[in-house]
Design a protein around this ligand. Structure first.
Ligand code: PMP
Length: 780
């Protein structure tokens, strides 16, 4: 290594310019570019064209430069999202020329075209899109390179992570206080069983100065430069090396790395064994980097390039040494949709048949199960659920696992807090206050007072009490087919329940209005919102006529049990005006729809341009942890404080608040609302295309990742295709895609997946639906 540095070329700028004329007939001015072992120059001619002149180390073999040229040409011929330089021939049509330096060494010379872009290291904000484009670019390159071979790549190279022991030899040159930390990382790398990994030729140096970013039309990685470290080694080293540099100077290095891992995995799937070693390899690269830098500065104190990432690398190593070593691997497993922890051996557990029999004995028969043959789900990760046999299902329906099943940040927040304190809200606690501040910051004024509860039902139950306390009224207007919860009062308030099997009919204090359904309902077109809101006016009048007094109008911001119905724009505005005029308050049930699912807005009611008086939250709020909330105005809170204390044993406890805070953090950091918008729009567009080919699809509707597909036997009569919808759900389950059907006629398939759902998942869902419709209903 040291001799290689000693044999680095030492041309002046003038030498480089003369060489360009001699070898290539180019009249240019030169500036120098950094390099570890070689010498690189940027050349520019009078018309502004730019090139990179590469003078190889005297030790470099011709065969290795040929490898680099062939690799560039190979990748350029593939349709990747990356640009590759062109190799310029010398005047005598050679792709590699030579030059002799003053000290008599011969150096090989190459000239490449220049690629425009900014170094990843110099780009200010590494947002989700940029990190995703990096993961995708690396994956595309690695996938293509599995088809590339060249004998020169099979070499022993000190930057190959398999040779980390060479770097470790220099550990004594590090400051004493830091050696133990680096030792610990190296010890982990020694445990790697390389024989279990895939091998291929890789770039092997996607560091932050070799990754180029183009700014237009959008910020994305457009090139990965410098092929001087190419080697045949474990494929996963490619990604690990990039991660080492992606993590530099990030407030949340593991979170940023996870975004790259997720995009890589989606493009070119990693094996579970690769995911297991990824973090170890990334920190090993950092360890190698600081050790080699220490060795090289010791040997060549004036080579600036050697220290280029040194200070940030140390800052990162310090930061990483303070987190438990297994934690990043859990996050990376999660990013790849693998169960966060490896499952324990299931041989001791009961079979599905045994569980079903026991369930029938001990769980009430009023609880149904999904699917004809029930699923035995044992773990979840991101948008996937795994059954006891290890089968993986794409979950398109569980909106409770909002930020993804078993999200490690949420799990960690809850379990860490559980180990510290879990008690009620009669004590001051930072989490409680921070959580109420963070929640109310997402809502418009005057919605500023929070009550934390344990479920959506409880939230709506409390909202009803508040509405009655504030208005002194009793009657409630609800929408046909709505479901607001499982308590006595909520069953009374839910047409879906009181009007269904076992229901006792509509109580006298409850007044139903038709669903504002512009597909199947009575009104369509631009006037529909107003005409549907007229039913609310009429209900308010009937309430008054009956000598009752209106307490509230309960309405989901998009109708879920009603069949994934988006409210026509303007509906809530007109309905709220009528309700307030009649003295009632407006309750927005956001239990199904909140927390960014709408895409355009954080709350679904915002798509209607209204401010409710009370908002109720549940399901996604705790990502599966039992949590709910009621948020209201100071005026309603004051009316509710009539002397009777409101106390809730579990609501708002520190564990729930820690979980709720983590959910909000993940939605923000992983830009999940934006994802809901982009993926939701894409999915709807794809579903509409499917609708063109399959007459059974009557309607596709929804906002963000809250979508419904309504199936009909006849597009004129709208005869509901309920059996068909049920059959599609079953067939899709056989294809490992989980959906459910709902709506008053059971003919609507709901799509409301965890918000990490990707376009690739969407494609998988669409192609499955296409096949199922083709195979089962093509003769319609
Ligand atoms: N409101 C709506 C709109 C719901 O969909 C539900 C549950 N499906 C509830 C309230 C009740 O929530 P929970 O099951 O958490 O009590």
């Amino acid at each position: 290594m040291t001799t290689a540095l000693q044999k680095a070329p030492r041309l002046t700028l003038n030498d480089a310019e003369l060489l360009a004329v001699d070898l290539y007939g180019l009249d240019v001015s030169a500036t120098s570019l950094p390099s570890e072992r070689d010498q690189n120059f940027a050349l520019r001619n009078a018309s502004g064209e730019q090139f990179v002149l590469k003078i190889a180390n005297a030790e470099e073999r011709l065969e290795f430069l040929d490898l680099q040229n062939q690799l560039i040409q190979f990748l350029a011929a593939h349709d990747l999202d990356l640009e590759f330089p062109r190799i310029i021939q010398t005047k005598v049509e050679q792709s590699i020329g030579t030059v002799k330096s003053e000290d008599g060494h011969q150096h090989f010379v190459r000239l490449l075209t220049w690629i425009e872009g900014v170094c990843f290291a110099k780009v200010e904000r590494h947002d989700r899109k940029l990190l995703t484009s990096l993961g995708r670019a690396l994956a595309q390159m690695d996938a293509a390179l599995t088809q590339f071979s060249h004998t020169a790549a099979h070499r022993s190279f000190y930057w190959d992570l398999r040779n980390a022991r060479l770097a470790r030899e220099s550990i004594g040159l590090l400051p004493e206080s830091r050696r133990a930390m680096i030792e610990r990382f190296f010890r982990e790398s020694e445990k790697i069983d390389w024989s279990g990994l895939r091998f291929s030729i890789i770039h092997n140096d996607a560091n932050d100065y070799n990754i180029l970013v183009s700014q237009r039309p959008e910020k994305r990685v457009n090139a990965i430069l410098d092929y001087g470290d190419v080697v045949h080694t474990a494929t996963v080293s490619e990604l690990a090396i990039a991660l080492a540099y992606v993590m530099l100077d990030k407030p949340d290095p593991i979170g940023a790395a996870a975004q790259v891992v997720a995009a890589y995995h989606e493009t070119y799937p990693l094996t579970e064994t690769e995911v297991e070693v990824l973090y170890t390899l990334a920190v090993t690269r950092l360890g190698c980097s600081v050790c080699f830098a220490a060795r090289q500065t010791h040997d060549a104190p004036d080579n600036e390039y050697l220290n280029i990432s040194n200070a940030p690398a140390w800052r990162l190593l310090e930061k990483l040494s303070n987190i438990s070593f297994g934690w990043p691997t859990r996050i990376f497993r999660y990013a790849c949709g693998l169960p966060v922890v490896k499952r324990k051996d299931s041989r001791q557990e009961r079979t599905s048949v045994e569980l079903l029999a026991a369930r029938e004995r001990h769980l009430g028969p009023s609880l149904s199960m999904s699917y004809q043959s029930p699923l035995h789900i044992v773990c979840g990760s991101r948008q996937y659920l795994y059954d006891a046999r290890g089968g993986r299902y794409l979950d398109c329906v569980n909106n409770v696992a909002h930020v993804g099943h078993s999200h490690p940040r949420v799990v960690r927040a809850g379990s860490e807090q559980m180990a510290i304190l879990n008690t009620n809200t009669r004590y001051l606690h930072e989490h409680l206050i921070e959580y109420t501040e963070r929640l109310t910051a997402t809502l418009p004024e005057p919605l500023s007072v929070v009550y934390l509860v344990n479920s959506g039902s409880e939230a709506n139950e409390l909202a009803l009490r508040m509405a009655r306390a504030h208005t002194r009224g009793n009657a409630v207007i609800v929408v046909e087919s709505a479901y607001h919860g499982n308590t006595s009062a909520m069953i009374d308030l839910s047409p879906y329940k009181f009007g269904g099997p076992g229901g006792k009919g509509c109580p006298s204090w409850v007044h139903k209005v038709p669903m504002p359904d512009v597909y199947r309902g009575a009104h369509h077109g631009p006037e529909a919102a107003r005409l549907y809101a007229d039913y609310v006016i009429e209900a308010a009048r009937k309430i008054a006529d009956a000598g009752q007094s209106l307490a509230a109008f309960f309405c989901e911001s998009a109708l879920s049990c009603g069949g994934q119905i988006s409210l026509p724009r303007g509906y809530l505005n007109d309905a709220y005006t009528a309700v307030r005029k009649a003295g009632g308050v407006c309750v927005a049930d956001e239990v199904q729809t909140g927390f960014g699912r709408a895409g355009e807005h954080f709350w679904m009611f915002e798509t209607q341009d209204v401010v409710p008086d009370i908002v109720t939250l549940g399901k996604p709020i705790g990502n599966g942890h039992p949590l709910g909330a009621v948020i209201t105005t100071p005026a309603i809170a004051a009316s509710f404080a009539n002397g009777m204390e409101y106390f809730n044993t579990f609501g708002g406890n520190p564990v729930s608040c820690a979980v709720g805070l983590a959910v909000l953090d993940v939605i923000r950091d992983e830009e999940l609302q934006q994802n809901a918008l982009e993926v939701g729009d894409y999915l709807k567009q794809q579903l509409c295309e499917l609708q063109n080919r399959h007459p059974l699809i009557g309607d596709v509707r929804g906002l963000g990742l809250f979508i419904g597909i309504e199936f009909v036997r006849n597009r004129e009569t709208l005869e509901p295709a309920d059996r068909e919808a049920a059959q599609i759900v079953e067939r899709m389950k056989e294809r490992c895609v989980l959906l459910s059907n709902h709506g008053p006629y059971h003919n609507v398939i709901k799509i409301k997946p965890p918000m990490v759902f990707s376009k690739a998942d969407g494609n998988h869902l669409i192609s499955g639906l296409d096949r199922v419709l083709e195979e089962n209903f093509s003769n319609l």
